[in-house]
Design a protein around this ligand. Sequence first.
Ligand SMILES: *[C@@H]1O[C@H](CO)[C@@H](O)[C@H](O)[C@H]1NC(C)=O
Ligand SMILES: *[C@@H]1O[C@H](CO)[C@@H](O)[C@H](O)[C@H]1NC(C)=O
Ligand SMILES: *[C@@H]1O[C@H](CO)[C@@H](O)[C@H](O)[C@H]1NC(C)=O
Ligand SMILES: *[C@@H]1O[C@H](CO)[C@@H](O)[C@H](O)[C@H]1NC(C)=O
Ligand SMILES: *[C@@H]1O[C@H](CO)[C@@H](O)[C@H](O)[C@H]1NC(C)=O
Length: 944
Amino acid sequence: MALPSLSRVFSFVSSLLFVILHFSLNVASDSTGEAHALLKWKATLQNHNTSLLPSWTLYPANSTNNSAHHKTKTSPCMWSGISCNHAGNVIVVTLGGLSLRGTLDEFSFSLFPQLFDLNLRNNELYGTIPSQISNLTKLKYLDLSMNKLSANIPPEIGHLINLEVLALEENELNGSIPEEIGQLHSLYNLDLSDNQLSGLYPSIGNLSDLKFLYLYANNLSGSIPKEIGKLVSLIDFQLNENYFIGSIPPSIFNMSNLSRLYLYQNNLSGFIPTEIEKLSSITALSLSENHFTGSLPHGICQSRSLQRLTISDNHFSGPIPTSLKNCTSLGRVRFNGNQLTGNIFEDFGIYPNMTFIDISHNKFYGQIPSNWGKFPQLSDLRITGNDISGTIPPEIGNATKLGGIDFSFNHLVGDIPIDIGRLTSLNRLILNGNKLSGSIPRELGFLTELELLDLSANRFSSSIPENLDYLLKLHYLNLSCNRLSLEIPIQWEKLNQLTDLDLSHNLLKGEIPSEICNLKSLVMLNLSHNNLSGLIPINFEDMHSLLIVDISYNELRGPIPNNKAFQDASIEELQGNQGLCGNVSGLQHCNVPMSGKHGFTKAKKIMFVIVIPLFGTLALSIGLIGIFITFRRRRRDSHEEPNNVNNQETFSILTFDGRIMHEAIIQATMNFDADYCIGKGASGSVYKAELPSGDIVAIKMLHSLHASGSEMTYLKEFESEIRALSEIRHRNIVKLYGFCSHARYSYLVYEYIERGSLATILSNEGAAAELNWSRRVNVIRGVADALSYMHHDCYPPIVHRDISSKNILLNLEYEACVSDFGIAKVLKVDSSNLTELAGTYGYIAPEFVYTMKVTEKCDVYSFGVLALEVIKGNHPKDFLSSISTSSAGNTNIGLNEVLDGRIPPPSLEVENKLKSVMEVAFLCLDVNPQCRPTMQIVSQLLSN
Ligand SMILES: *[C@@H]1O[C@H](CO)[C@@H](O)[C@H](O)[C@H]1NC(C)=O
Ligand SMILES: *[C@@H]1O[C@H](CO)[C@@H](O)[C@H](O)[C@H]1NC(C)=O
Ligand SMILES: *[C@@H]1O[C@H](CO)[C@@H](O)[C@H](O)[C@H]1NC(C)=O
Ligand SMILES: *[C@@H]1O[C@H](CO)[C@@H](O)[C@H](O)[C@H]1NC(C)=O
Ligand SMILES: *[C@@H]1O[C@H](CO)[C@@H](O)[C@H](O)[C@H]1NC(C)=O
């Protein structure tokens, strides 16, 4: 068939493209200075397009008194986000949350002498805060928070003496806080939190009107000065997450209006002054994660208004303060990780609003107060690691909002009260390491929300209750180290969330029930140290997620199943049985054909050993092809075309602009000459095209996307999906401008990202060295933000399906831009290209192999691989296997084993960030998709 000529057959989907590329402003000469100034600034914003600030134009199309020869002076007062006074001067500029991307350098502050409210919150502004901002002499409210502004806070800000609110939080500001802020006498709200500000606590003692002061999450150091006490109006004071040292100056307690005082996560030390009882309005006090010593002042809740008291992870000792007993307002108490003592039965009172109690890891003793059952709001109760004795009071069953109980590692005795069965919201019941006895009550089977049940290391006897089978959400069940006897009763088939099952060190007998193989999600199974006998059920072969198995010290015999976990088991995990055989070093070979209930003949065995792996690969391929065919057929079937429309009509939607654009691209790439090719991927080659306008775009040429007549509707659908993707705007996602399909050329037009792919950078010694640690952390965060956005802020959610270092591009500022979002799904790949559907080898979530379902959690897994790769400098293949064999977050891989040796070791601060990145990455690599965090959580964890 002859190829149709260029001009006849092609379509261009995104007319948006031309708007973006050919956008320019014609600023006329006869409008006001303010309008000009605003337009001049708008023109410098990088992501301006028609939908951004559309009302900001000199000559509104529908303006009646605007004729060609009679242009009126245009005032900006009608523009969105702008308000003026009667004299027509701009007094308010509020442009929050519009994704404005650019700098403030071209904002002519001196032309806005009347401006009193400037709000550019939650945009993507970067660069410095210009010192000319001080020209806004009337300014009362300045909110530049939640942007990417960097460098120092200009000292000239001190000239804005009318300022009442200064909000610069969540930027990347560094340097010290300028002393000049101390001159802003009208200030009542100062928020500099979540930046990289360093140096000492600022001299702001004279700001006597200050009510809200937020300096948290910076790098501030030194001690908290005495003069702090002069801020007598303060209501909310948050210094947490800095490096402050020394003790709390007692003058702080002169702030009689203070309601919240957050000092957690610093290096503060010393005693808590008894003056703390002067804080008569205090509702929340957090001193956690410091080095405080001594006992808690008895009057700490003199105010009777305290709702949150968190002092965890310090070195506090001594008794519970007496004022706590009457402190009925308490809602949240965290004392964990200290050396506090006292009888919990006597020292705690009744708190109707209590929701959270954590007194773990202290030296408390006495019995659990039955009063604690009278806290109707209580959702979490943690007393692990104390010397608590006595029995569990049945009254606990009255606290029906309880979601978590952790009484582990104490000296509790007696039965589990059956009243626990009333706690139908409970999802964690942790009682291990006590001396509890009797049988495990059937009533636990009523706790249908339970996800984690740990009764290990107690003295439970009798049999395992059958109805634990009702705990459909259970993913961790540990009954090890008890005296449980009889057979393993459970049918198990409903527990398809269960990943960890430990029944070891009991007195269980009989055969391993073959029903245990219904646990399709099981990863870890420990049946060691029991009296189990007989053959191992053959259907272990179907347990594809099982990774770790321990059946040592039983009376089992016969061949070990053809299951990866068994085949990879060490002899320690198999030893101490009667007669196991198999192809594992240390075991005898099975040469005698086995018979009996579970036995199978040699012939059958061969079938399973050889045919199944072979067949498995085959099934995988067939599965993939099947998916592919269904994918295509579904689209065809549902839109069966009555008559075969031919190619040319299919593509008749071409636009004038599209044609010009296409020709410009052909010209710019010399008809896709290899010289312009900047990369090759599975789906096609990428070209760089510099258009006559000077704009540079990346062209992704697709191998094959021929429309064969009947697929016109398919193309329509494709088109609308591409259109949806091209409307996505996120700083960490490469912009898709449009798409062109033509019998000879099918290509996508993307934003050009300067530094190319992360894979290339990491594989190049020099480029990898430039990618320093903080840039790497930033790259990981960027990818997380992009994924979180696509999974959680787009409707319907968009799954990338192919996250790998090849699809992450870096711009000049080393920021990550995820490319090809959603493309794997909409791209109609041919069979040579099947991998496209499944992602890139080495990044594919393990469950995909057997579920064949792509979910958000597959992206989460790939993200985990990518995050490790960025830290390590190459693909973390070796680690993946060791991670998958230990339960999530519980790997003993140290950061130093992972760090890329090509760049100097990180500073202590960055090292801590890297550690948390690594922890998050390990969570993402959990073999159980349900246990992986969502990208929203990942993004939050990484931004803290
Ligand atoms: C122009 O049209 C828009 C909406 O179409 C309207 O909100 C605005 O008030 C109009 N302006 C004038 C000057 O008529
Ligand atoms: C504007 O601010 C700059 C920097 O603070 C200052 O040098 C300049 O004199 C100011 N201009 C006016 C008109 O106030
Ligand atoms: C607690 O309150 C009771 C009654 O209101 C009072 O008798 C007792 O002295 C108070 N105890 C403390 C330690 O404040
Ligand atoms: C408990 O909370 C409610 C609602 O916030 C409040 O009205 C009540 O005063 C609180 N009770 C105590 C004892 O503080
Ligand atoms: C609490 O639980 C106990 C024992 O389970 C029960 O006798 C009592 O009636 C329940 N109700 C209250 C309000 O304490």
